[in-house]
Design a binder for this molecule. Structure first.
Ligand code: ADP
Ligand code: MG
Length: 345
C-alpha cells in the first residue's frame, strides 16, 4: 500500500474514533433534580463518558434518597419522624448518618450558646413553617425545647422530655451537598459544583478552568431566584451556605414580617439586623449550621463569634436603620470578586 494512502487511512480512523468517543461523552454535564423540597443542581467541568455519567447519577440519587430517609420531617416514615413520634425516654437507635449530623448539630448548639438548636421543631410548627399545626401555648412548647434535653449515646438518641422533637432542616441540606460532593469526588471528578437550595460545594475549577464564580442574591422579598445579585464571590474546594429572612417568611396582620429562623431562647422568630448571611467553610454542613446561627445572633454577636472561629468566613447583608436599604459587612478573607455599591430594597 502506498505510504500516503496508509497515513490517510490512519487519520480517517483516528478522526472516526475521536468522533465516536465524542458522541459517547457529554461536555460539562449539568442537570437539576428534585430533593428535600427544593432542587439539587450539579455541573461537572470536563468531558464525561455517558456510561460513567449514568452510573454517577445513580449513586447521587441513592445518596440523596438516604439523606432524605434519615432527616426529612415532611415524611412520616423517616428516621427523624419516627424518633419524633417516639414519646419515650428509652434510647432510640439511629443510623450512623443520622448520628453524624446530630453530633454536629449538638456541637454547634454548644458552640453558639444555643443560637443553633435542633429541638426547635415544635416552635417551627407553632409559627406555621413546619409540617404540623401546634396549638399549644409558647410556654408549654418551650418545656420540650432545648438542645440539652436530648443526648446522643452510642448511636442512640435519648429524650429528657417525651414531647421533644427534632428539626435538622438548618443543617441537613448542607450535609446532603457534602454527601453529593463526596460521591462526585470519589468517582474521579475533581471539578464540579453542587447546590441544594442555596447551599453549595465547589470543587476545583469551572469549565473555563477558572475559580467558580457565585452570585449572592440581594435579600429583597419577592424577587425571583438570582434576579438581583448583591455580590459575587469566587471559590474553589470550599463550601458556602446562605440563610436569611427574605425567602421563607409570613406576614402579620399589621404588615410586619417574621421569618422561619427561630430564636430558641425566646421561642419566637429571630428579630436580628441580619437580612442574609453567607458563610464559607470547608464543609457545607458546618457552613449551613453557622449561617442559621448568625441570623439568630445578629451581626454584633455574630462578628464576635467569628473572631473566635477563623475557620469560617462570612458576609452579612444587614437591614439599615431607615429600613429601605441594605449595608454589608464581611470578615477579612471573604473572597469577594466584584463589589457592587448600590443596593436598595
Ligand atoms: P434554609 O432552609 O432556607 O436553607 P436555614 O438553613 O437557615 O434556611 O434553616 C432554617 C430552618 O431550620 C427552618 O425552616 C427551621 O426548620 C429550622 N430552624 C429554625 N430556627 C432554627 C435554629 N435556631 N436552629 C436550628 N434550626 C432552626
Ligand atoms: Mg442553615
Amino acid at each position: 500500500m502506498n505510504k500516503k494512502l496508509l497515513i490517510g487511512m490512519i487519520c480517517v480512523l483516528a478522526l472516526g474514533g475521536f468522533s465516536w468517543f465524542k458522541a459517547q461523552s457529554v461536555a460539562d454535564p449539568s442537570w437539576a433534580q428534585a430533593t428535600m423540597g427544593t432542587e439539587c443542581h450539579i455541573t461537572l467541568a470536563g468531558s464525561v463518558p455517558k456510561r460513567d455519567l449514568a452510573a454517577l447519577r445513580k449513586k447521587i440519587d441513592t445518596a440523596l434518597a438516604d439523606v432524605n430517609h434519615c432527616m426529612s420531617t415532611w415524611q412520616a416514615d423517616t428516621e427523624i419522624s419516627k424518633f419524633n413520634a417516639f414519646q419515650s425516654l428509652e434510647p432510640f437507635p439511629i443510623s450512623p448518618a443520622f448520628a453524624e449530623v446530630m453530633q454536629s448539630a449538638l456541637a454547634f448548639s454548644a458552640a453558639t450558646d444555643g443560637a443553633f438548636d435542633p429541638t426547635v421543631k415544635p416552635l417551627v410548627d407553632h409559627w406555621g413553617f413546619g409540617p404540623a399545626a401546634d396549638e399549644e401555648s409558647l410556654a408549654e412548647i418551650m418545656e420540650a425545647v432545648g438542645w440539652q434535653k436530648v443526648r446522643l449515646e452510642n448511636n442512640t438518641l435519648i429524650k429528657d422530655h417525651p414531647e421533644l422533637e427534632l428539626d435538622l432542616s438548618a443543617i441537613a441540606k448542607g450535609y446532603g451537598v457534602d454527601c453529593v460532593a463526596e460521591v462526585i469526588r470519589a468517582s474521579g471528578h475533581p471539578d464540579f459544583i453542587v447546590e441544594i437550595g442555596g447551599e453549595i460545594v465547589a470543587g476545583g475549577t469551572n469549565p473555563s478552568a477558572k475559580l467558580w464564580r457565585i452570585g449572592i442574591e440581594s435579600p429583597e422579598p419577592g424577587r425571583a431566584f438570582g434576579e438581583e445579585i448583591f455580590q459575587t464571590v469566587e471559590i474553589s474546594n470550599k463550601a458556602m451556605a446562605t440563610s436569611g429572612d427574605y425567602r421563607n417568611f409570613r406576614v402579620r396582620s399589621d404588615g410586619t414580617r417574621y421569618s422561619h429562623i427561630i430564636d430558641p431562647h425566646t421561642g419566637k422568630p429571630a428579630m436580628s439586623d441580619v437580612a442574609a448571611v453567607t458563610v464559607i467553610a470547608a464543609r457545607c454542613m458546618d457552613a449551613d449550621a453557622v449561617a442559621t446561627s448568625l441570623c439568630v445572633m445578629g451581626s454584633e454577636k455574630g462578628f464576635q463569634w467569628l473572631e473566635n472561629h477563623p475557620e469560617f468566613q462570612a458576609l452579612f447583608i444587614l437591614h439599615s436603620n431607615d429600613g429601605n436599604t441594605f449595608t454589608s459587612k464581611a470578615t477579612a478573607g471573604f473572597p469577594v470578586s466584584e463589589k457592587q455599591n448600590r443596593i436598595g430594597k
